[in-house]
Design a protein around this ligand. Sequence first.
Ligand SMILES: C[S@@+](CC[C@H](N)C(=O)[O-])C[C@H]1O[C@@H](n2cnc3c(N)ncnc32)[C@H](O)[C@@H]1O
Length: 226
Amino acid sequence: MGTNAGSRKGETDGNGGLDNTHVTAAYARWAPVYDLVFAAVMRNGRRNIAAAANQHKGGLILDVGIGTGLELPMFDRSLRIVGVDLSLPMLERAARRVRETGLSGIEGLALMDGRRLGFADACFDAVVAPYVLTVLPEPEASLDEWLRVLKPGGEIILVNHVGADAGPLAAMEIWLARRSKALGWRPEFPWAILGDWLAARPHLILTERRRIAPFGLFTLTRITKP
Ligand SMILES: C[S@@+](CC[C@H](N)C(=O)[O-])C[C@H]1O[C@@H](n2cnc3c(N)ncnc32)[C@H](O)[C@@H]1O
């Protein structure tokens, strides 16, 4: 299993001014309190991601941006999970979770940039990325990389916040977007990023796009590679 495809310092951009330096700095700050702040409010999305991944019984699953590994206990025991993340403090918490809970089926945890994975082509049955796409400096390039490591018949399973098209929520998201670098994610992430990426790759199949609780704030997206 390859490790540490790394990130280039100051690497930009294409996503609300975020780059890997901002992201690693933000998640070094978030890591100690991440579970306290984000475990409950984003649990339903992780459950949806795991329910979709669990359909790949016995499969090898890549979890990109695994963070502190909150989704790990939700995966079916038959799955073999490889988790990668750009943030060492987040990854260390995931490793501690695996040790302390005695979770089985975790094949490896690696410090790695989701845009440059140290894995061979077509080796995973599914790539899951809960709450990660809005964090990545180059979401389209990352999606291409996930597609590369996916077996034919495999799927990319995403949950993330998709910005509102209009109205007060959209205005608030645009206001919050000025704080993207400090937050470590992009609150106004438009569906068009995914939509345009899919439109340019007509062989891919969008099998699900569904707003989920709480309050339809997050969107579950499933994409199959034929
Ligand atoms: C909002 S957290 C989500 C963590 C976890 N998936 C969850 O559901 O709680 C985003 C994670 O993506 C990671 N991340 C950001 N950019 C990344 C990149 N280029 N490659 C891999 N992981 C990245 C961050 O370090 C952070 O742990």
